[in-house]
Design a protein around this ligand. Structure first.
Ligand SMILES: *[C@@H]1O[C@H](CO)[C@@H](O)[C@H](O)[C@H]1NC(C)=O
Ligand SMILES: *[C@@H]1O[C@H](CO)[C@@H](O)[C@H](O)[C@H]1NC(C)=O
Ligand SMILES: *[C@@H]1O[C@H](CO)[C@@H](O)[C@H](O)[C@H]1NC(C)=O
Ligand SMILES: *[C@@H]1O[C@H](CO)[C@@H](O)[C@H](O)[C@H]1NC(C)=O
Ligand SMILES: *[C@@H]1O[C@H](CO)[C@@H](O)[C@H](O)[C@H]1NC(C)=O
Ligand SMILES: *[C@@H]1O[C@H](CO)[C@@H](O)[C@H](O)[C@H]1NC(C)=O
Ligand SMILES: *[C@@H]1O[C@H](CO)[C@@H](O)[C@H](O)[C@H]1NC(C)=O
Ligand SMILES: *[C@@H]1O[C@H](CO)[C@@H](O)[C@H](O)[C@H]1NC(C)=O
Ligand SMILES: *[C@@H]1O[C@H](CO)[C@@H](O)[C@H](O)[C@H]1NC(C)=O
Length: 372
């Protein structure tokens, strides 16, 4: 169909950056990886890939160059991590599985992340059962998971659900949900191995840090308090790398709602690092979770909470927010109760759903990573 000149002009004006973008999504149940295509001009989201894989991945992370995808082996009997080679977002080839060791024996892998600088080590943690530990893995020259190079231990009550490195890859922060603790480890620049630096109790009993993000300027750490249903801001000591609570928190559920009915989930920086996104989930599938965004100063201080808007559904065990890697305008949100991924559009003050795809295979959808 040929567009009329006026429509063509309108399209040219409004779609200067129009492009097709791809996401890869994991699950808590089915052993599949899904590839989605988001058209930021037509505002459509389509399932274009559905690959059967050896394990379900409750968490996925891309390598720094997007040539490899790392996942938790969530359906495996003991904690392990999977590695896939990526030709593109639908050209996904299973490479290998690495078993955890040390004290990481009787539980499931829950989280995995990759360093952005050489030696590009990969960090993983299990959750539930005996989960007081973490794994450091090396990668080969192609970025494929290679060896388990360190088994390290937190404390007996620990269950680390999320980790983040600072931009220099010199410190790793671990959010210990069951241990209500925030851990700091220094990173050996040559090997990627960790050395314990400090541990800090959550701001209150039952706060339960779940996920963390570090502003690229390195001065602020943002922590999801799953139990308190808050986003907390910490300042990072520039010489020791140790965070301290700024006594600054923002609610992730409306006032009047009971903390026991929700469990807050994820925090992530926007494309330009100007905004911070955070979510909560509802423990009942009958009520919705919430999505929120914050504006940040250039150094990363949170200057305001822009909105706290109900999500479409409870979120299930997800409601994980993944800001796009090409614009501040779009974030992906996953729901594992009904099984869908949504793209939310953000215009500076509020956000709403602009596209959605339903994937009603049991356990979908866990988290989404933006390949392009
Ligand atoms: C994905 O593929 C699996 C087979 O591996 C199939 O059972 C399932 O229905 C597919 N899901 C979707 C949403 O197409
Ligand atoms: C990925 O590459 C294959 C060829 O290896 C091609 O057929 C396919 O269309 C590509 N997919 C995307 C999403 O670019
Ligand atoms: C990690 O633990 C496993 C046993 O659980 C052991 O075989 C392996 O040598 C350990 N790795 C290191 C680097 O200590
Ligand atoms: C396993 O845990 C025990 C008890 O906390 C500890 O003494 C030991 O060093 C841990 N092992 C590793 C490999 O971290
Ligand atoms: C980093 O690890 C290497 C190899 O084990 C070691 O030689 C070096 O001393 C370590 N660096 C630091 C700062 O601990
Ligand atoms: C933390 O902030 C609250 C108000 O938000 C205030 O009541 C309290 O005194 C502050 N605590 C400290 C240690 O500054
Ligand atoms: C949710 O709603 C269903 C009916 O639609 C009801 O049977 C169930 O008890 C409700 N669950 C909760 C936790 O409120
Ligand atoms: C950070 O922002 C808050 C407002 O949210 C403001 O009160 C505070 O002074 C700022 N702190 C710094 C160090 O800029
Ligand atoms: C924000 O957007 C949602 C739709 O996503 C809407 O329901 C809500 O009323 C909006 N909030 C404000 C304060 O405009």
């Amino acid at each position: 169909m040929r567009a009329s000149p006026s429509l063509a002009l309108l399209a040219a004006l409004s779609t200067v950056n129009a492009d097709l973008h791809h996401l890869i999504v994991g699950t808590f149940g089915t052993e599949n990886l899904y590839t989605l295509e988001f058209d930021d001009s037509a505002l459509t989201l389509n399932l274009i890939g559905n690959l059967s894989v050896p394990d379900a991945s409750s968490w996925l992370a891309l390598s720094h160059d997007k040539k490899n995808l790392y996942g938790t082996a969530y359906s495996a009997a003991s904690p392990a991590f999977v590695s896939y080679a990526l030709g593109n977002a639908t050209d996904i080839t299973y490479s290998t599985t690495i078993q955890s060791g040390g004290n990481c024996t009787s539980s499931k892998a829950i989280f995995v992340m990759a360093a952005t600088e050489s030696p590009y080590a990969v960090y993983g943690s299990p959750f539930s059962g005996t989960a007081d530990c973490g794994s450091v893995m090396s990668v080969d020259e192609n970025g494929v998971l290679s060896e388990l190079i360190q088994n390290y231990t937190y404390k007996s009550t620990s269950g680390v659900h999320g980790m983040a490195l600072n931009a220099e890859n010199s410190f790793l922060y671990s959010a210990d949900d069951t241990g209500n603790t925030l851990w700091t480890h220094s990173v050996n620049k040559t090997t990627g191995e960790l050395t314990y630096v400090a541990s800090l109790d959550g701001p209150v009993t039952g706060a339960d840090p779940r996920h963390v993000a570090v502003h690229p300027e390195g001065q602020y750490l943002y922590v999801i308090l799953e139990g308190a249903n808050e986003l907390a801001q910490y300042s990072i000591d520039q010489s020791t790398g140790i965070p301290s609570f700024d006594n600054v928190t923002f609610p992730l559920i409306p006032s009047g709602e009971a903390d026991s009915d929700y469990w807050s989930d994820e925090v992530a920086l926007s494309f330009s690092n100007t905004y911070l996104w955070a979510t909560s989930r509802s423990r009942s599938t009958n009520t919705t979770g919430y999505i929120s965004a914050f504006s940040l100063s250039s150094t990363g201080n949170i200057t305001s909470q822009l909105f706290l808007t109900p999500t479409t559904n409870s979120g299930g065990t997800a409601n994980s927010v993944a800001p796009s890697t090409f614009s501040d305008k779009y974030v992906a949100l996953t729901d594992s109760s009904l099984g869908f991924v949504e793209i939310w559009g953000f215009e500076g003050t509020n956000a709403s759903v602009v596209a959605r795809v339903d994937i009603e295979d049991g356990g979908c959808c866990a988290n989404a990573v933006w390949y392009s």
